[in-house]
Design a protein around this ligand. Structure first.
Ligand SMILES: [Cu+2]
Length: 416
């Protein structure tokens, strides 16, 4: 018995020491917890880039990119369509301030309807507020479907938050710092109403409570529970509350004669020129090999464009599997977050160009640890185990043609 305790003690101490060595600060903020089908079958993030990743407090950076909404064929039935959606940013709290955002040049201060199958170019301007190392993602919040998070980039902010200023000019020509504007007034009114509420509660709580009151009500002496003093205090509180409300209203009117309500209209956005063109794709079969962390696709690709092309990339949920044979390491790709980039992740059975009008059957293998690390492979345990993504073709002029791919994904558990 003693032996067993000794052994247990050793195991526990060893684990504690190991845990101490292995413990890493937690960086993730929940993006991987989102169901893979939502990340793979709703929107595809294309050419996402961040202009500056090292900033001082008050510096600005811009996230740009394109977003492709999957067509109805791939968009999950269980997720609401983007009838009302908002371009947003996902980060670990309000560490940056969004100064402006645009979709195809339209101001995205409001929400908008997005169309399935359509492409949009977006731009989000951010200003650094808190020092630290932040993981910043573009994100689209779809009403009733939730947040659809794009690829995250590490942004490092130095300096002190005390220096942060978020100044802007109002329509009446006044320059205000939004970081502190109205805070004093806000705190003052909360304290005033809080004190009144607490005093009101204390007045009643100071009296004998439930049992004695219940007994009096039972004895039909309920009316005696409320005294003349209670009536007096109630009247005073009523007058004070109404008076303060009136005073607050007229003081605000006098101080801010011109006010506009928050704008709640929805924006109308034109589509970008379609990125999806020149390719017809039929998925014959897709499997996910669990031991090899590889997705295999048998596809028939028809070139409906006017130039020969080759398959260069498979992109899903922000993870990019590149075909090294086709060489798509452009500037944007070099800056892409490395944990989402499988540089040699895509193998294509035949890399000779597919001629215009030709239909070719190809076997594609998208293999990388990212399937597990990004928790996309858990898709195979879903009751509706379907995947989605986009394939990039590059023609002989270097032009990119994009096509959607998706369908049922069958897991295989044996072999390597
Ligand atoms: Cu993140």
């Amino acid at each position: 018995m003693k032996n067993l305790f000794n052994r247990l003690f050793t195991i526990i101490s060893a684990s504690a020491v190991l845990a101490g060595f292995a413990a890493q600060p937690a960086f993730a903020h929940g993006e991987k917890a989102q169901e893979p089908f939502l990340r793979m079958r709703t929107v595809q993030w294309i050419d996402v880039a961040v202009t500056k990743t090292n900033l001082a407090v008050n510096d600005e950076t811009v996230i740009t990119g394109k977003v492709h909404f999957m067509t109805n064929e791939h968009w999950p039935h269980s997720a609401a369509k983007p009838e009302l959606a908002f371009l947003n940013v996902s980060a670990a709290g309000p560490v940056m301030v969004r100064k402006a955002s645009f979709v195809n040049g339209v101001n995205m201060v409001n929400s908008a309807k997005f169309d399935l199958g359509a492409d949009y170019a977006f731009e989000i301007r951010l200003k650094a507020s808190w020092p630290g190392k932040w993981h910043v993602h573009p994100m689209i919040n779809v009403k009733d479907a939730g947040p659809l998070v794009g690829p995250g980039t590490w942004v490092e902010v130095t300096g002190s938050h005390a220096d942060f200023k978020d100044e802007m000019k109002t329509l009446t020509g006044e320059t205000v710092n939004l970081e502190t504007y109205g805070t004093e007034n806000n705190v003052k009114w909360h304290v005033i109403w809080g004190l009144i509420a607490v005093a009101w509660l204390l007045w009643w709580l100071a009296k004998p409570l439930f049992h004695s009151r219940y007994a009096k009500v039972k004895a039909e002496l309920g009316d005696t529970l409320i005294t003349g003093g209670d009536r007096m205090v109630s009247a005073v509180v009523l007058v004070v509350a109404l008076g303060l409300t009136y005073y607050g209203y007229s003081a605000a009117e006098a101080r801010y004669p011109v006010t506009l309500p928050l704008q709640s209209a929805t924006a109308t956005i034109p589509h970008s020129p379609s990125l999806v063109e020149g390719v017809k794709l039929v998925l014959d079969r897709a499997t996910y090999r669990v031991p090899g962390r590889a997705m295999e696709m048998d596809v028939s690709i028809t070139n409906t464009s006017s130039k020969p092309f080759r398959v260069g990339e498979f992109n899903t949920a922000g993870v990019r599997f590149l075909n090294p044979e086709v060489g798509v390491m452009d500037e944007l790709t070099k800056q892409y977050p490395s944990y989402l980039l499988a540089e040699k992740g895509l193998t294509v059975s035949d890399n000779t160009p597919i001629q215009p009008g030709e239909t070719r059957k190809l076997h594609l293998v998208a293999q990388d640890a990212a399937w597990e690390v990004e928790r996309l492979s858990s898709l195979i345990y879903d009751p509706d185990s379907r995947f989605g993504g986009v394939l990039y073709m590059y023609d002989t002029d270097g032009k990119r043609l994009i096509t959607e791919v998706g369908g049922t994904l069958v897991p295989t558990f044996a072999g390597t």
